[in-house]
Ligand binder design. Structure first.
Ligand SMILES: C[S@@+](CC[C@H](N)C(=O)[O-])C[C@H]1O[C@@H](n2cnc3c(N)ncnc32)[C@H](O)[C@@H]1O
Ligand code: SF4
Ligand code: SF4
Length: 381
């Protein structure tokens, strides 16, 4: 009897998609912007403190700012160690204002010691932050991200408080001058969209390597300020203006599309976009109370993915975000897909906004708000 050979299994590489991961500025040119396949818990966001000296009008931290819980240093180190073992390679230390934590420097150094390849922080760049960075070295960070919410003192200070723009500019200049890879992150709203692009001039003047724009999400304190939130059509128009302006600048320019016009969906699909990033478990954000979220848009909810208790990660067996992410695989968030490449849309929109953006706007398709694109084709497309 002749045996029929079994078919050989076809081994394919994981074609899910890619996240763009910024590399250190001192790396050789081709490696500077890397397209990295999604990996489980690759991006760790550690909220070492909920305390902050500012009360920005849009802040998603909301009531956490007044509660002001902070992690003790052993809790920081153990949490970093746990998520490193679970796949973490890039960690962002934030808060609240992370530089106000008495052990901010130690947290940064601990992350590098534990093997995280990229250690990042996001800061309001006020006087206490500048003082902390003077105790540190550019090599301590892959990059430092400074929040600037407008291209002038008028718009930035309206969100962040009087005098904060000038101080953030001074700190940014000092950091870039000392050789830190310094980046600007801007949350765009109706009030600052008119001058937000001035940040590109500021970035080139100060030696900032990258400017990232994202839309104001009406969560946390932002709930009370939904009048300054941009609607999807306004945001898509802003992104068009950004893409037109960006090639004129030295600094790299990224944005989070969040929404696409129908005619843009194929372009994002061509860049590797395949729907809700939450489903890939690409990231995890850990708060001092132990709650761990995959999706930042759900920070106001109790749908956190897991809970850390005494260093142990326990899955949330109640209503949880992972089940929300996968729900749109069987039924799209709008209930009738108009653009297959949306991957079912963003299931959190209905929860946060009451309806999906594709239901509310004929020509709009939601794009996961955690997903980034480059406004300059040469920067990674
Ligand atoms: C919560 S802050 C923490 C770090 C630091 N205090 C700072 O302001 O950079 C992290 C980033 O989230 C942004 N952010 C806060 N609330 C937001 C919201 N509702 N929508 C979009 N971005 C928001 C901030 O502007 C900042 O760039
Ligand atoms: S955005 Fe940052 S600086 Fe502003 S209140 Fe929130 S944590 Fe503080
Ligand atoms: S923003 Fe929406 S699409 Fe993105 S991870 Fe969250 S639920 Fe998923």
């Amino acid at each position: 009897m002749t045996s029929v050979p079994l078919p050989r299994p076809t081994i394919r590489s994981d074609a899910y998609g890619h996240a763009r991961m910024p590399r250190r500025i001192d790396m050789p040119e081709p490696a500077r912007v890397d397209r990295v396949a999604y990996g489980r818990f690759r991006n760790v966001y550690l909220y070492i403190t909920e305390a902050c000296q500012l009360r920005c009008e849009h802040c998603y931290m909301g009531e956490r700012l007044d509660r002001a819980l902070k992690m003790e240093l052993p809790q920081i180190v153990e949490t970093l160690r746990t998520w490193r073992k679970l796949g973490g390679s890039k960690v962002t230390i934030l808060g609240g204002e992370p530089t106000l934590h008495p052990y901010f420097c130690e947290a940064i150094w601990a992350a590098a010691k534990l093997g995280y390849e990229d250690v990042i922080t996001t800061t309001n760049a006020q006087v206490p932050a500048a003082r902390k960075f003077r105790k540190m070295e550019p090599a301590d960070f892959a990059y430092v991200q400074v929040s600037m919410d407008g291209g002038s003192a008028t718009t930035h200070d309206a969100v962040r408080g009087a005098g904060t723009f000038d101080i953030a500019i001074d700190t940014t200049e000092e950091l870039a001058g000392r050789g830190y890879d310094t980046r600007i992150i801007c949350t765009v709203n109706k009030a600052n969209e008119g001058d937000a692009l001035r940040l590109l001039d500021i970035a080139d003047d100060l030696g900032v390597s990258l400017v990232k724009f994202h839309v104001f999400s009406t969560i946390g304190t932002g709930h009370g300020n939904s009048d300054i939130a941009m609607n999807p059509l306004e945001w898509v128009e802003f992104c068009d203006k950004l893409s037109d302006a960006a090639p004129e600048y030295k600094s790299r320019v990224w944005f989070q599309p969040t929404y696409a016009r129908r005619d843009q969906v194929e372009r994002y699909a061509g860049e590797g976009y395949q729907g809700c990033i939450g489903r890939t478990l690409d990231r995890i954000s850990i708060f001092p109370d132990g709650r761990c979220y995959v999706c930042s848009y759900l920070f106001d909810t109790t749908m956190n993915f897991a809970q850390m208790t005494d260093g142990q990660v326990q899955l949330n067996h109640g209503a949880n975000e992972f089940e929300l992410f996968t729900s749109v695989l069987s039924e799209s968030s709008c209930g009738g897909c108009k653009a297959g490449a949306c991957g079912g849309g963003c299931p959190a929109e209905e929860l946060v906004l009451g309806t999906s953006s594709c239901n509310a706007y004929e020509d709009i398709v939601p794009v996961c708000r955690l997903w980034k694109s480059s406004a300059k084709p040469e920067d990674g497309r």
